[in-house]
Ligand binder design. Structure first.
Ligand code: FAS
Ligand code: PHB
Length: 393
């Protein structure tokens, strides 16, 4: 067995792990990232598309903002389509100028991998059987295997940035870990197509047939979603069926302008709200999807991961550069306070815009009244806007 040492061992080469590694490396703190899959496999996953302004600033601080600023789009508003019409939420107006950046998670991850390579950052791909050890001691370590060889990595801290299915959360004893979960009775069927986006800004559509979302990755790459029963299989949805259903859920004038084309990616994602507490156990810190999952209706999944990384980055900086552990000691409480607000907003947006299979007519009237009230009240619009652009870190 080979034995190596680093300061911060990070499990997971997704956006959470890569961003933390990049930020710490730039301040002289040593990390190693352990990723189960190849770089291309990670980059092949199509996920988030909207970055809160706080996340965009963190990418710039990590030295990874150049392509995002050149190719990403600043969006000052979103539309909500309902009752055959479109109402706009002016994000900038209601937040004193805050906006979001439309730039795909795939590109964020690509930029982070490139930055790691440029700095000589160590990312171990195809790391198998990663296991965590001695988390309550001052000398935690992880083990893994690669190409048939076993390895041990001694470290000060282990960061569990290994997503919902990774080993980190499961390393916390069941009598310590508390899990909160809500599974929604529907999923999102997503399509990526090399077509011009139907709208310059995102459209969240509430319709009796179900929710729909019109998003984008660029002016030549569109991302669309429709709510489907959780029992649906993506093989049961032809491209033509998808486009017809999407059009049926949009206002007629919007549907008339929809450019369709072959799907270059098509998949169904289940929707759940999930939070694991605490986000620290001894010298293990959880971050991102390893600790929490949201329904993507509020575009908070990737953005909640970013705020975890912000808190961890500053807590580790203070530990190593100032011998001050207050940030690390308070990490779980501080991160969870913001995570739960993102959970609430995502749950609220999901309940506002989706058709629930067991809903009664009165429930649908409450939903519509919620929307009517929203667009009649600057206070209500400001509340949606400040959550959508991202609450302060
Ligand atoms: P990730 O899951 O991205 O990364 C974890 C990494 O850990 C992965 O690369 C994985 O291979 C690795 N790993 C797992 N087990 C390991 C092990 N045993 N050893 C080593 N490595 C291991 N968010 C939005 O905001 N908007 C969206 O539209 C949206 N759509 C989504 C669609 C899908 C299908 C999914 C699953 C998520 C979606 N999300 C969306 C949320 C998503 O963007 C996450 O919030 C984001 O990927 C979180 O990043 P990480 O915390 O890095 O987790
Ligand atoms: C996306 O572009 O994939 C996207 C945008 C906003 C959301 C969810 C997904 O709320």
């Amino acid at each position: 067995m080979s034995i190596t040492t680093t300061q911060v061992a990070i499990i997971g080469g997704g956006p959470s792990g890569l961003l933390l590694s990049q930020l710490l490396h730039r301040r002289g703190i040593e990390t190693v990232v352990f990723e189960k899959h190849t770089r291309d496999y990670v980059l092949g996953r199509i996920r988030a598309g909207v970055l809160e302004h706080g996340f965009a600033d963190l990418m710039r601080e990590a030295g990874c903002g150049e392509r995002m600023d050149a190719e990403g789009e600043i969006h000052e508003g979103i539309y909500i389509a309902h009752q055959g019409r479109m109402d706009r939420v002016d994000l900038a107006k209601h937040t004193g100028g805050d906006t979001v950046v439309v730039y795909g998670q795939t590109e964020v991850t690509r930029d982070l991998y490139q930055a790691r390579a440029d700095m000589g950052g160590v990312v171990v791909h195809q790391a198998e059987d990663v296991a965590l050890h001695d988390l309550k001691s001052t000398t935690p370590y992880l083990t893994y295997s690669k190409d048939g060889t076993s390895h041990r990595v001694n470290c000060d801290y282990i960061i569990g940035a290994d997503g919902f299915h990774g080993p980190s959360r499961k390393a916390i004893p069941s009598d310590v870990l508390r899990e909160y979960e809500k599974v929604y009775p529907f999923g999102w069927l997503g399509v990526l197509s090399e077509t011009k986006p139907v709208s310059p800004e995102l459209i969240y559509a509430r319709h009796d047939r179900g929710f729909a979302l019109c998003s984008m990755r660029s002016q030549v790459l569109s991302r669309y979603y429709i709510q489907v029963p959780i029992t649906d299989n993506v093989d049961g949805w032809s491209d033509d069926a998808f486009w017809a259903e999407l059009k049926s859920r949009l206002p007629a004038d919007v549907a008339a302008g929809l450019e369709t084309g072959p799907s270059i990616e098509k998949s169904i994602a289940p929707l759940r709200s999930f939070v694991a507490e605490p986000m620290r156990y001894g010298n293990l810190f959880l971050a991102g999807d390893a600790a929490h999952i949201v329904p993507p209706t509020g575009a908070k999944g990737l953005n909640s991961a970013a705020s975890d990384i912000y808190y961890l980055y500053h807590g580790l900086l203070d530990h190593y550069l100032k011998d001050d552990d207050a940030g690390l000691e308070g990490y779980s409480e501080t991160a969870l306070a913001r995570v739960w607000k993102a959970q609430r907003f995502s749950w609220w947006m999901t309940n506002l815009l989706h058709r629930f299979p067991d809903s009664a007519e009165v429930d649908r009237r409450f939903q519509q009244t919620d929307l009517d009230y929203l667009f009649s009240s600057d206070a209500a619009l400001a509340s949606l806007a400040e959550n959508y652009v991202g609450l302060p870190y």
